[in-house]
Design a protein around this ligand. Structure first.
Ligand SMILES: *Cc1c(COP(=O)(O)O)cnc(C)c1O
Length: 408
């Protein structure tokens, strides 16, 4: 008899985006003339920049001739790309990461989801609340939790991110082995300083724990004092893996490219307590289960690091951050408390005592604006909504005028 992985039945169905769609569709049906502006889902809206398109085309043209055609490439990614990543994203920040510690992939969702495979099922996992749902759900699938009760899975150490702690997770009271961190954060848009990250790196070293650091929004950091990579923190090479993505950095959500950094200094421990190289394990996993990102996409990604590419991509991020400024100014003028929006495309707004769905409905019905209810990201998100800066400046400006009118 073919038996199912029972862990899948523990998963709480994620109704968040389908519930949003349902409410939006109902509203549109009742108000056929309403022009709805979507500041909900975390997806970019601007086209790939010209330099990236040029690189993409070059890759395609090479595939069109026998002499330059490429079949299977290295599973870890072409060296031409890994060298550019090491130089531009790490060496330029004083972080000592070599090209062979970089694993190019089709995005950070897969990598953040798959990485937990390398660990025993009975480790203690610490996950922030609210959070990008992938970290939690993939640990449920792997059998690291009990059932779902009172909005939480048993067996997981939840780290509450609240206004009182500036939306930064606190060190857990019980000893944990694996820690997920994400800065700039999705959904809250909060950031962490070097000193704040150092606390986690020190904890991991003391407790032989490992940090999985999701830096998908690193390129939105404007404040030069903030770290862009966890490897700016002393000691992080021994205890941290970093996930990166070109999705939010260069508009690659539909193109698909990201990478994971696994330093050779990172060690995990066998059941006998012997050291095992995490780099070797991930290399084995990646080369066994993944066959490389397509050549034209890697050429397109390489162009992100060209002189024109860097400028164009920076301009695109500045465009979204300008939208974020418009949103921040509006919520501030209306007297709402919020975080994010400064070094992040997300603004996390306290609903002044409203439940997140109530606030969602209010913005939808009074302003025809769609946001994301914070409760969808975890129990601690219930009093908040997330507003995203991913839309045109015209739409964001119009949406904010309407919100002002509706809530003044
Ligand atoms: C968007 C996002 C990612 C990136 O996903 P891709 O698979 O690379 O598109 C990773 N982590 C977080 C927190 C995100 O919001």
């Amino acid at each position: 008899m073919i038996r199912a992985n029972d862990n899948y039945s523990k998963l709480k169905a994620s109704y968040l985006f389908s519930d949003i769609a349902k409410r939006v569709n109902e509203y549109q049906a009742k108000n056929p003339d309403a022009h709805i502006i979507r500041l909900g889902i975390g997806d970019v809206t601007q086209a790939l920049v010209p330099a990236v398109i040029k690189g993409f085309h070059q890759g395609v043209d090479e595939m069109a001739k026998d002499a330059t055609f490429r079949g299977y490439g290295p599973e870890q990614g072409y060296l031409f790309l890994r060298e550019k990543i090491a130089e531009n994203d790490f060496h330029s920040r004083g972080a000592d990461i070599s090209p062979d510690e970089i694993f190019v992939s089709d995005g950070a969702k897969c990598d953040t989801g798959n990485f937990q495979e390398l660990f025993a099922t009975d480790i203690k996992v610490a996950i922030p609340d609210p959070v990008y749902p992938v970290y939690l759900d993939t640990n449920v699938m792997a059998g690291r939790t009990g059932g779902f009760e009172d909005n939480r899975y048993s067996g997981i150490v939840y780290m509450d991110c609240l206004k009182e702690n500036h939306f930064l997770p606190k060190l857990p009271d019980e000893k944990v082995d694996l820690i997920y961190l994400c800065f700039p954060n999705n959904p809250t848009g909060s950031t962490a300083t070097k000193e704040e990250l150092k606390v986690w790196v020190d904890y991991a070293k003391e407790n032989k724990a490992l940090i999985l650091f999701d830096a998908a929004y690193e390129s939105y950091i404007r404040d030069e004092k903030l770290p862009k990579t966890i490897y700016e923190i002393e000691g992080a090479r021994e205890v941290a893996v970093e996930f990166r993505s070109f999705s939010k950095t260069a508009g690659f959500t539909g193109t698909r490219c990201g990478f994971t950094v696994v330093p050779k200094d990172c060690m995990v421990y066998s059941s006998k307590g012997e050291k095992v190289s995490l780099h070797s394990m991930w290399n084995r996993r990646h080369t066994t289960k993944f066959n490389g990102v397509s050549y034209p996409v890697q050429k397109a990604t390489e162009a992100v690091y060209s002189e024109e590419g860097k400028i164009e991509v920076k301009d695109q991020i500045a465009y979204y951050l300008n939208n974020a400024d418009v949103i921040c100014k509006t919520v501030e003028s209306l007297g709402f408390d919020y975080v994010g929006g400064k070094n992040s495309p997300y603004i996390w707004v306290d609903g002044k005592g409203r439940d997140s769905w109530e606030f969602f409905d209010l913005l939808l019905t009074r302003a025809s604006v769609v946001c994301t209810p914070g409760g969808g990201f975890g129990r601690c998100g219930k009093p908040y909504i997330r507003i995203s800066a991913f839309n045109s400046l015209e739409n964001v400006t119009l949406a904010m005028e309407r919100v002002k009118e509706a809530l003044k």
